[in-house]
Design a protein around this ligand. Structure first.
Ligand code: MG
Length: 211
């Protein structure tokens, strides 16, 4: 290991390796672990760095109405109003699904689970998230963390954020430290235009292990 932090002798001006790399360094292996005679830096960094980390964003909104359950992140929240939608309308899980699909560039939730399909009528969104988790696993990527913000004007979620994060971590097979659930109001601003709605925004970071 030299002063650059990388194994071998690296010519900074050309960006090429001069000497000192060996198969044991791992630097001249590609993402599949295959050894190559090519420039070690080319193999070690270009293929992996450019596609080893992927981010996705998700956003969703559902209307709050009487006589519907309020389910957020798969957790039932005591409330006189709930979210309206074809499925259980779990706005938080829907934004997480879009963030994960976005990171993989696999389209959006409506393409995978069309609301016109009767088999998704009143379905638990946990089931949909489990399906998307399989897509993540099959892709070779793993979830680094997800960060989520819920916006509701009247319903306070401070007592439920922890249990929501724990439930999402369980569904996604993540340590709960990698699942952030935040909640806020818009201080009435959104409510002036769209009363009785719930909004969710999510960011997902995925990584693929290299070398
Ligand atoms: Mg939705």
């Amino acid at each position: 290991m030299n002063s650059t932090g990388f194994p071998g002798d690296w010519d900074v001006s050309s960006g090429k390796a001069r000497s000192g790399f060996s198969e044991d360094d791992g630097a001249n292996k590609d993402c599949a672990g295959n050894y190559s005679e090519k420039d070690p830096l080319e193999n070690a960094f270009k293929p992996c760095v450019t596609d080893s980390v992927r981010a996705g964003t998700g956003w969703d909104l559902h209307r709050l109405v009487p006589d519907r359950p309020l389910i957020l992140g798969g957790v039932r929240i005591p409330s006189s109003v709930g979210l309206l939608g074809h499925s259980d309308a779990d706005v938080l899980i829907h934004s997480i699904i879009d963030a994960l699909l976005g990171a993989l560039n696999l389209g959006d939730i409506g393409e995978h689970f069309p609301p016109s399909d009767e088999k998704y009528k009143d379905i638990s969104s946990v089931v949909l998230l489990q399906e998307v988790k399989k897509l993540v696993d099959d892709s070779g990527y793993q979830i680094v963390n997800i960060d989520n913000t819920l916006i509701l004007e009247k319903i306070r979620l401070s007592d439920y954020k922890k249990s929501i994060a724990e439930n999402l971590a369980k569904i996604l097979d993540l340590d709960v430290s990698r699942v952030s659930v935040k909640a806020k109001t818009s201080e009435g601003i959104i409510g002036e235009i769209l009363p009785d709605v719930a909004i969710s925004q999510s960011v997902a970071l995925l990584q693929r292990m290299c070398i």
